[in-house]
Ligand binder design. Structure first.
Ligand code: 3PG
Ligand code: MG
Length: 410
């Protein structure tokens, strides 16, 4: 993946280029919220946006932040205001953050008109308009009216061809990537463009079906693919193991066999769990490690066992490049968190270049502790976006930043 034709916010900030300009920064403040209290449970995406924000503020820009949050149904806004994100941003930075009541129209226009250099406003949730997800030109034009310069730092949303990341940047000549966007693209590019070998990928999570495309493309480049989490059960069943009450995708058994065959054809080795931690129910207070050849009737596999941690761990320790996406078990529940946390710990101390894909695995790494998170070379803020990039796909939000794109911009 090349970054040709993509400028950085620092390029635009040179020679006072942002001073007193209205700078629209698309961030991904789609942060997880506690279902009951509405409190932010993981503010990594907000923290990761701070370096870009600092460049803009220090350069004397009038900063307009915009993001989506959740997937609001038409007309339903409850619980999906960006107010908590704005409050957290203010708390983290000491900046005053003015939340507008809407993302387009007279409200934000007035607020932006009154902004002084170095001040910040945050537009209300872009997805309160269906037009955002429809990549609607008219909606994008209304956002374009608010701004002089466009910066995209929302790596987590770069795989969506939505108005604020796709139609809008094409309308603005002065556009650039933010520092988080660039960090993400540079780190993930190291996995795509001739990664250092041996390359080990660790995949987990619930479903094989979510990971088919990424497994297919990883098999072309990795030396070893470790599969854990609930998706491993389907592979074990495909090999004829008796997985008892474990969750599997019956209709994916043939696919699992095809994947294993493809791996053999391409000379990639696939490591599956050799032992698992089982229990009778998801809310069990403890589990028992057993061999995958002796899973007791009525029990289900909820984590990888210690021998599997060793097996995956020694592959990770020998690797020059490691990519991990998807937890190894039901890590939110203490008796089944060991596999995920151990893999995180081993990876954080490994010599190789280590990248954690976003979503659950990134949350798991942060839950495992600060020193473990710091030991990783890169923890992506994008779940879907990181996976699509690893699959070798072009991301609409990245392509729209290139100088060669957009008639209005030429
Ligand atoms: C994410 O959390 O993956 C991004 O913010 C994109 O959100 P979406 O999956 O609702 O489009
Ligand atoms: Mg390292």
């Amino acid at each position: 993946m090349k970054l040709t034709g993509i400028r950085s916010i620092e390029d635009l900030a040179k020679d006072g280029g942002l001073a007193n300009k209205r700078v629209f920064i698309r961030v991904d403040y789609n942060v997880p919220l506690d279902k009951k209290t509405g409190a932010i449970t993981d503010d990594a995406r907000i923290r990761e946006s701070l370096p870009t924000l600092k460049v803009a503020v220090d350069a004397g820009a009038k900063v307009i932040l915009a993001s989506h949050l959740g997937r609001p149904k038409p007309g339903k806004k409850e619980g999906l205001s960006l107010e908590p994100a704005g409050a957290r941003l203010a708390e983290l930075t000491g900046y005053e953050v003015h939340l507008t009541d809407d993302c387009i129209g007279d409200g934000p226009k007035k607020v932006i008109h009154d902004l002084r250099a170095g001040q910040i406003c945050l537009l209300e949730n872009l997805r309160f308009y269906e037009e955002e997800e429809k990549d609607d030109e008219n909606f994008a034009r209304q956002l374009a009216e608010l701004t002089d310069i466009y910066v995209d730092d929302a790596f987590g949303a770069a795989h969506r061809a939505h108005a604020s990341v796709h139609a809008l940047p094409r309308m603005i000549r002065d556009r650039a990537a933010g520092l988080l966007m660039l960090k993400e693209l540079r780190s993930l590019a190291r996995l795509l463009d001739r990664p250092e070998k041996p390359y080990v990928a660790v995949l987990g999570g619930a479903k094989v079906s979510d990971k088919i495309a990424v497994v297919e493309s990883l098999l072309n480049v990795v030396d070893t693919l470790c599969i854990g989490g609930a998706m491993a059960n389907t592979f074990l069943a495909a090999q004829g193991k008796k997985v008892a009450a474990s969750k599997i995708e019956d209709d994916k058994l043939p696919l699992a066999r095809t994947i294993l065959q493809k791996a053999r054809d391409r000379g990639a080795s696939v490591l599956l769990p050799v032992d698992v931690v089982v229990a009778k129910s998801l809310d069990a207070e403890s589990g028992t490690a057993v061999s995958v050849d002796a899973i007791p009737d009525g029990t289900m596999a909820l984590d990888i066992g210690p021998k599997t941690v060793e097996l995956f761990g020694s592959a990770i320790e020998r690797a020059k490049t490691v990519f991990w996406n998807g937890p190894m078990g039901l890590f939110e529940s203490k008796p089944f968190s060991n596999g995920t946390f151990e893999i995180a710990r081993i990876m954080s101390r490994a010599e190789g270049f280590t990248v954690v894909g976003g979503g659950d695995s990134a949350a798991a790494v942060r839950a495992a502790g600060d020193d473990i998170a710091k030991g990783m070379d890169h923890i992506s803020t994008g779940g879907g976006a990181a996976l699509e990039l690893i699959e070798g796909r072009k991301l609409p939000g990245v392509e729209a930043l290139r100088s060669s794109v957009g008639e209005e911009a030429s």
